[in-house]
Ligand binder design. Structure first.
Ligand code: SF4
Length: 390
């Protein structure tokens, strides 16, 4: 059977509803059969434990499976259940999250574990509405937990599902709007039916991840090739449709890796945001780029550093790009060698250089530590005449 579409407008929801009802069993059964023979082995698929499913779903948001796998295994080994996570210190949880980015996920996971411990006697709530109230859990994650753990009929719609369904039916509804999300959730729900929600959700996501991939899917070998509207009209690359209204802003970060004897200086990021409660070097933030010569000429350094106290400094990394959903960051790292111990403000902590890896840091700091500090450790700190003098 081939799904027919009258035109490109998404105002065909009634028409689609009828077509979907007619073909839901066909799509659902084929997806599940395909999944049984093609699925990847992943540890969180081996369990009905809602805690483990929850942790895996949070890790896999914004993270590729291959990268998330190691993190998942280490996280579950250290925090095997709600109680162990709830009882842990937030800094330790962040340390286990280090490198995954989007640290609010870890903070929310930790906060929600405490809610489950305190309000539900440590037992994961089973109903969708209670799960949705937990910090950091949206419709997608609540649907994943309830369908995978208890086989409840809540459709899980991630990027893979958006892509597959939008191509299969040539849906022009943008996927990055509330209206679009609702549309796709309803559509997935209609196809899913009530018999095997958990299995169906796993199958449709895996199909999008392995077969209906973002670029150049192998449509000829696809079990839906005769049904897929986008393939039959040769417009696969046009789907899914996005409105793309998110505007990104540039932000320039100037980090100062300060040395005095065997010490360096860090502070904890207190402001609300993705890097809250992570450690980093003292920094200057600017919405405009500051050229190295400007930085030196106008002495744009942290306040507790004075020109007289600087022995030497050098630029280690300049304008390293780091893309976040609403911001593009450009990080510059300046290494500074001081003559005397500085008088630091309360917000800054003096630590031994060798202890820096004990502190949870964000991706940019981690990058710098890997590249620079480890290299310096191997070669020894080299202060030499190449450093520009003030
Ligand atoms: S035919 Fe191609 S575009 Fe259509 S569902 Fe299959 S892989 Fe995706």
């Amino acid at each position: 059977m081939i799904f027919k579409k009258k035109n490109n407008s998404h105002q065909l929801s009634m028409y689609f509803c009828i077509r979907i009802m007619e073909n839901a069993c066909f799509i659902s059964k084929n997806l599940i059969d395909w999944y049984e023979s093609n699925k990847r082995y992943l540890p969180w698929r081996d369990t009905y434990n809602p805690y483990k499913i929850w942790v895996s779903e949070i890790i896999l948001q914004q993270t590729r499976v291959i990268q998330g796998l190691d993190y998942y295994l280490r996280f579950i080994e250290r925090f095997p259940d709600v109680k162990s996570l709830a009882d842990a210190d937030e800094q330790e949880v962040l340390k286990y999250w280090q490198g995954l980015g989007y640290y609010s996920r870890a903070r929310n996971l930790h906060a929600a574990a405490r809610t489950i411990r305190d309000n539900y006697m440590g037992t994961f709530p089973k109903d969708y509405e209670s799960i949705l109230k937990l910090k950091g859990i949206g419709e997608y994650t609540a649907a994943a937990i309830t369908s995978f753990a208890w086989n409840l009929p809540h459709p899980v719609v991630d990027g893979n599902v958006f892509r597959f369904l939008s191509r299969l039916f040539m849906i022009d509804e943008p996927i990055d709007t509330q209206k679009g999300k609702k549309y796709f959730i309803e559509l997935a729900g209609k196809i899913m039916g009530d018999s095997k929600p958990g299995l169906f959700n796993q199958a449709i996501m895996e199909f999008g991840a392995l077969q209906c991939i973002p670029s150049s899917p192998n449509c000829q070998a696809c079990l839906f090739s005769t049904n897929c509207l986008a393939y039959n009209r040769q417009v696969v690359s046009n789907y899914p449709v996005k409105q793309n209204k998110t505007k990104t802003k540039d932000l320039y970060l100037y980090y100062f890796h300060i040395h005095w004897e065997t010490f360096t200086y860090i502070h904890i990021r207190k402001e609300k945001g993705i890097w809250q409660n992570l450690f980093e070097f003292p920094l200057i933030e600017s919405e405009k780029i500051i050229k190295p010569e400007e930085l030196i000429k106008n002495f744009i350094f942290p306040e507790f550093i004075t020109t007289e106290n600087i022995n030497s400094f050098r630029f280690i990394i300049q304008n390293r790009k780091h893309v976040l959903s609403h911001r593009i960051l450009y990080a510059t790292f300046v290494e500074v060698f001081l003559k005397e111990e500085p008088a630091i403000p309360e917000s800054v902590i003096r630590i031994r250089e060798e202890d820096i890896e004990q502190y949870p840091v964000h991706r940019l700091m981690e990058y710098y530590i890997e590249k620079q500090i480890n290299r310096t450790r191997e070669n020894g700190i080299q202060e030499n005449g190449l450093f520009p003098e003030l």
